[in-house]
Design a binder for this molecule. Structure first.
Ligand code: ANZ
Length: 819
């Protein structure tokens, strides 16, 4: 009698699988194609429990598709540029590549051991020159189309890390990484024009909504942030005597009659242009404070309102009134036009500002609530317009907005417009370990893109202290590298010294997988059409907005360049929960981390994978304190033992087998299809466990190991288990007398006849006496059962034409007729 030894199975089958080259995706296959993708890892350290979870879930789908007869593209690689490698290099006085490629090798070994069905022949790293050459090429294409451009703008700046931070990296005014107080800096930076696709990125979300999690769709909708409203122009009388027209964006042009002052963003150029000479110093003093706050702080409603009177007035275009103009930090420089008309009666932030500064409040919509002029609480709902000239008496907000826009458009003081919250993507970084921006700055020709045949622009070899942040890009220190010639005129020129945000690398990697070794193009358009778009993408919540939105933007841009025919990259998206421990996120400080390597050593790959898939629906968190890898291991042994108890030969005629067991097998296989389609992998595992119990019972107490139904059921167990516990499944398959690999079998067609449920007997009573018995399906509906009962001959006789008063139906077992 053999024993189950997880480590031995792993060692045995890994080698066999490698030699069989099971999961290579063939471009020329006749089979229908599927593209399964899971987010590629960042190479910091070894794989952890989070990776283990997502890979286990992802592999269920990929392996299932193979069994269902698809040619499956299931690639893997590394997102290998980025800051941690650079910081480690500075610490250890080495090259970032040392850290990066060392960790990649470690992670590769772990993936390999973990038995995920990746096509390793397509592996690449985004930091390989063979890859970033094409990242750079795409940048030049975007540049050519006007989708990549430079502009000077205030950016969040961490004085300690000496780098630009994205808004999301600023928490309570401090750097997310080091805690230093973040300031603002004006820098010339590269941007991708994501806003060009704002409307389309929003519209396509409707198509994705059925197959993407609603929280991701909603997060993207909010991020894109479409608002309908109007641009309204106020004339501001400057103290120089000139008049400067200032346009505001408002979603409530209907409240213009209540606009009692104007506010401009304190840190916008506009404030500098408008401010009266005797208020300039006050503005400068105020700005020192403003630069310390993050946008998120600035928009917070509970923040005390502060600001500066700019000493000039504006003309309200509908009332003709002169209203004061203020600068404040609650108005953002880069949203709308950076200036607002303040309607304190109906906007809470405006009324708080009015209260703080002693400015007038005028109600123009009577909502029936207490008057904001007295309460200093803004009313924002629908109501009847008052004090609003031509709008007076109207009582519908939408009608009011329409009317106001008509009035403004009639005399050229405003227009209806749509505004988006989405900003262009700031993609340049003053760091070393990224793809260099392939632009040459020439005194004659200006910004010149490096031609395709001169790509890649290879990173100069810098390491250790040369990488230390100093506020300018480390690439600037490589004088020989910076000095170059202009591709257009051949004269002396300088290379751009910024590198690209690593999100650029990951915005197109799923294209590269279709032809990863192509040296002539970024990807083969025909193969992209053949394989793409990705049928199911699995990844974490933290990428709900940035990575997923950037990838969508890239896809639309590439479509418009004629490089691909699809316009959304990921047809379906599944966001998996986290692995936590004892109710808390795993962390060093809590000391509750679970080490993947130790779990694998103790329970084996299959038991860990099974535990992760079985624990919960994929979207939910898994608390490692609540699961039992030990129980998973016991189950795997139980399943494995079945394969030793089957005594019939492979290929035996199963139709002569025990009918009851055959029905259980058919039902489990049938349900598994539906469960996998709806991503309820945990229930699929539960059904597999039920099947194992049924076979065990059949062997021990009924038909015995020779019954063909026992073989049929055990083979089904091996096949189902191959989705989650491939080593055990492969061993079972061999013990059942088959050649490897179970990963290559065809999912059996289920005989419909076996799915028909057995009938149950229903008793029909008339006036409390049994008058009939019906053989019905166990899931018969109450209505069907009632109709059937009333037409039963015995029941008809008992009724003798009496009127039925009531029928009480307890499907499927009882019908009681009252006359
Ligand atoms: C007057 C008004 C009256 C407004 C009212 C609202 C209510 P969303 O929906 O988020 O697009 N606003 C415009 N630009 C701004 C900026 N740069 N910083 C801060 N606030 C700004 O919000 C649009 C509304 O936010 C605009 O409509 C404007 O205030 C304000 F009863 O204009 B409203």
């Amino acid at each position: 009698e053999q024993t189950y030894d997880a480590a031995a199975l792993e060692a045995k089958w890994r080698g066999v699988w490698d030699s069989l080259d099971l999961f290579r995706a063939h471009d020329d296959s006749e089979k229908p194609k599927k593209y399964a993708l899971t987010m590629f890892p960042y190479p910091s350290g070894d794989l952890h429990m989070g990776h283990a979870e997502v890979m286990a879930l992802h592999d269920v789908i990929a392996r299932y598709w193979w069994l269902k007869g698809y040619e499956v593209l299931n690639p893997m690689g590394w997102d290998s540029f980025g800051l941690p490698a650079e910081n480690a290099a500075i610490r250890n006085d080495e090259h970032p590549a040392t850290y990066t490629y060392g960790n990649i090798e470690t992670q590769y070994q772990s993936f390999h051991r973990y038995g995920v069905s990746f096509d390793w022949s397509r592996r690449f790293n985004t930091s390989d020159p063979e890859y970033y050459r094409w990242t750079q090429w795409l940048f030049t294409k975007f540049h050519e189309k006007g989708l990549a451009y430079r502009k000077k703008s205030p950016v969040n700046w961490c004085p300690a890390d000496q780098t630009v931070l994205a808004n999301e990296q600023v928490v309570d005014g401090a750097c997310e990484r080091c805690g230093a107080e973040v300031t603002k800096r004006d820098l010339t930076q590269w941007y991708f024009k994501t806003t060009h696709y704002a409307q389309e990125l929003l519209d396509s979300l409707d198509d994705l909504a059925p197959t993407w999690p609603s929280k991701v769709v909603n997060a993207q909708r909010n991020w894109i942030g479409r608002s309908e409203g109007a641009h309204v122009t106020f004339d501001v009388a400057l103290d120089s005597g000139d008049v400067e027209p200032v346009t505001v964006f408002t979603t409530r042009p209907d409240t213009l009659w209540g606009a009692t002052f104007m506010v401009v963003a304190a840190d916008a150029d506009l404030a500098q242009r408008l401010v009266a000479a005797d208020r300039r110093q006050a503005l400068e003093d105020y700005l020192v404070e403003v630069r310390k706050a993050s946008d998120i702080d600035r928009l917070a409603t509970d923040r005390p309102k502060t600001g500066v009177d700019l000493g000039v007035t504006a003309t309200n275009p509908v009332t003709g009134e002169q209203v004061p103009v203020y600068a404040s930090d609650y108005v953002l420089a880069d949203y709308g036009t950076g200036a607002i008309m303040a309607v304190p009666a109906h906007d809470q932030r405006d009324i708080e500002f009015a209260q703080a500064m002693g400015l007038p409040v005028r109600r123009v919509v009577d909502t029936g609530e207490e008057n904001p002029e007295e309460t200093y609480v803004a009313t924002t709902g629908n109501g009847t317009y008052v004090n609003s000239g031509p709008l007076d008496g109207l009582d519908d907000k939408e009608a009011g907005i329409r009317r106001a826009i008509e009035i403004l458009e009639a005399d050229g003081r405003g227009t209806g417009t749509v505004n988006f919250r989405l900003r262009d993507w700031l993609l340049s970084r003053q760091r070393y370990w990224g793809a260099p921006i392939p632009i040459v700055h020439c005194p004659v020709d200006g910004e010149v893109a490096v031609p395709a045949d001169q790509l890649p622009v290879v990173l100069p070899d810098l390491k250790g202290a040369a990488l230390k942040p100093k506020g300018t890009s480390p690439l600037g220190g490589a004088a020989d590298w910076v000095a170059t010639t202009c591709p257009t005129c051949g004269g002396p020129a300088e290379r751009d010294t910024d590198t690209m945000d690593t999100f650029v690398d990951s915005s197109w990697y799923f294209f590269r997988y279709v032809s990863p070794h192509d040296e002539t193009q970024a990807f083969d358009p025909a193969l992209a059409d053949a394989w793409g778009p990705v049928d199911l993408y699995i990844g974490g919540d933290e990428h709900a907005v940035l990575h997923l939105l950037y990838s969508r933007f890239f896809t639309k841009a590439l479509r418009d360049m004629g490089l691909v025919s699809w316009d959304e990259p990921f047809s379906a998206y599944l966001s998996q929960g986290k692995v936590i421990n004892q109710g808390r996120k795993m962390s060093k400080s809590l000391g509750n981390g679970i080490n993947l390597g130790e779990q694998l050593a103790e329970f084996g790959v299959d038991a860990v994978r099974l535990t992760l898939v079985f624990a919960s629906p994929p979207e939910d968190n898994i608390d490692w304190a609540d699961v039992s890898p030990d129980g998973s291991l016991r189950f795997l042994k139980r399943a494995w033992r079945l394969s030793g108890d089957v005594t019939s030969e492979p290929g035996v005629d199963v139709t002569t087998g025990d009918l009851a067991l055959r029905k259980v097998t058919a039902k489990v296989l049938h349900e598994a299809d539906q469960l996998i389609a709806s991503h309820r992998f945990n229930v699929m595992v539960a059904r597999t466990m039920e099947l194992v119990n049924a076979v065990r019972k059949a062997i021990d107490s009924g038909c015995g190991g020779a019954d063909p139904a026992v073989r049929e059921a055990t083979e089904a167990v091996a096949m189902l288990l191959s989705l989650v516990a491939p080593y055990t499944a492969e061993e079972m398959w061999e013990r059942l007398g088959h050649q490897p690999s179970v990963a290559q079998v065809s999912w059996p067609e289920v005989d419909e006849a076996l799915l028909v449920e057995d009938q149950v007997t229903c008793v029909v009573q008339v006036k409390g006496k049994v008058r009939g018995r019906l053989e019905v399906a166990p899931d018969i509906s109450e209505a069907d059962l009632e109709a059937l009962a009333l037409t039963d001959p015995g029941v008809q006789r008992a009724l003798e034409g009496q009127a039925v008063r009531k029928v009480i139906v307890r499907a499927p077992k009882l019908v009681n007729i009252v006359v």
